[in-house]
Design a protein around this ligand. Structure first.
Ligand code: UT7
Length: 335
């Protein structure tokens, strides 16, 4: 068995900043409510006049990650792309990134695990590297939420939370013992699938059916979230995933040098921080700037933390996420 470690990181967010006050042009909301309940001050939403899409943002982040890994596009053996907002219903974003970066005919896999998409993607990549099948895998998380949100007051409970952006990592084969990904832990509880979901259009509710019904009350094409229900499950599952990761490696919470939680709500991250007794410099949050970017959130935060010099060689880094599905999980890394 080989080891796998992250050799390159990159992220890309659209230039267009939408502050909490900017949202009031569309809906009845206010800066105070949003900051108090979520911690968010602003988010990036794609300017439709630009050519940013889920795939193109992913490709931009990927380019940076590949370069920082000291590799070229031709060194990449496989692409894993996590998103809930692909450019098209099908095909997914992985094949588009392959084309945009001019890569050879390597395999491209899309992951549909929403907020825990990047954790799942990294875990899949880790297995391919550990078995020796691939040497360098490009792992991307990217989201274009802004194109599909209800900007009226009706949608405010969901819309104010989400932002656009992309992050990418190169996971490479490593010969160093005890370095890189130590373990990953994946979970799901499908009975709560409808608590955070976008129901239509889908094969269960296809476009002609929606058009024929012509029901102005039908908002099944906007994301739905049972916020408080999701919140309550999130705090429990986040904690479980972190404990599981530590236990699997005979580590204690005191061993954590950096926790990167999925950026769902600053209150959730603060709850976890308190529960594990972690100092402020051991938990990285950037939801204030970007909102919740779903599959991109963990990898954007990891990249920023690393760029800011907050992650150093030998550090124990824990990534954890929870979201729609419900799905959740953690990855434990020795940097
Ligand atoms: O990333 C995947 C995982 N996602 C999460 O973990 C998110 C978990 N959930 C949450 O973070 C929170 O539930 C939210 C931030 C989504 C909502 O916060 P909340 O404290 O649960 O608020 P609420 O939905 O219970 O709404 C409280 C009030 C309601 O008014 P009434 O009924 O008390 O009069 C809402 O209508 O706040 C109102 N409200 C708003 N007011 C101003 C809801 N959204 C807004 C808004 N601006 N944007």
């Amino acid at each position: 068995m080989y080891n796998s470690s992250i050799t390159g990181l990159g992220y890309y967010v659209p230039d267009n900043i939408i502050t909490n006050n900017d949202l009031t042009q569309w809906m009845d909301t206010n800066d105070e409510w949003i900051q108090e309940r979520t911690g968010i001050k602003e988010r990036r939403w794609i300017d439709p006049k630009t050519d940013d899409t889920t795939s193109s943002m992913g490709a931009k982040a990927a380019k940076i990650a590949i370069e920082r890994a000291g590799l070229t596009k031709d060194d990449i053996d496989f692409i894993i792309f996590a998103t809930l907002s692909p450019d098209m219903y099908f095909p997914g974003g992985g094949v588009r990134v392959q084309d945009m970066l001019g890569m050879p005919t390597i395999g491209a896999l899309d992951i549909r695990n929403q907020c825990s998409g990047f954790i799942y993607a990294l875990s899949v990549a880790d297995q391919f590297i550990k078995t020796g099948m691939y040497k360098n895998i490009l792992v991307i998380g990217s989201e274009n939420h802004s194109g599909g949100l209800d900007r009226s007051t009706r949608g405010r409970g969901v819309t104010v939370i989400f932002g656009d952006g992309a992050g990418a990592a190169v996971l490479s084969r490593s010969e160093e013992e005890g370095k890189g990904i130590l373990s990953s832990h994946l979970h799901a509880e499908g009975k709560h699938a409808n608590e955070l979901a976008l129901a239509g259009p889908s094969t269960g509710r296809w476009i002609p059916e929606i058009m024929e019904a012509n029901d102005p009350e039908d908002i099944s094409y906007f994301p739905y979230m049972n916020g408080q229900f999701v919140f309550k499950h999130a705090v429990v599952r986040f904690s479980e995933a972190i404990v599981e990761g530590l236990k699997a490696n005979n580590l204690e919470k005191e061993d954590i040098d950096m926790l990167i939680p999925h950026q769902a709500n600053l209150r959730i991250a603060q709850f976890i921080q308190k529960k594990f007794g972690l100092a402020d410099d051991k938990v990285y949050n950037n939801i204030q700037k970007y909102g919740n970017t779903t599959a991109a959130s963990v990898i954007i935060a990891l990249t920023e933390a690393w760029e800011e010099g907050k992650i150093n060689r030998g550090d124990l880094v824990v990534l954890a996420a929870f979201g729609s599905g419900f799905t959740w999980g953690s990855v434990v890394l020795r940097w």
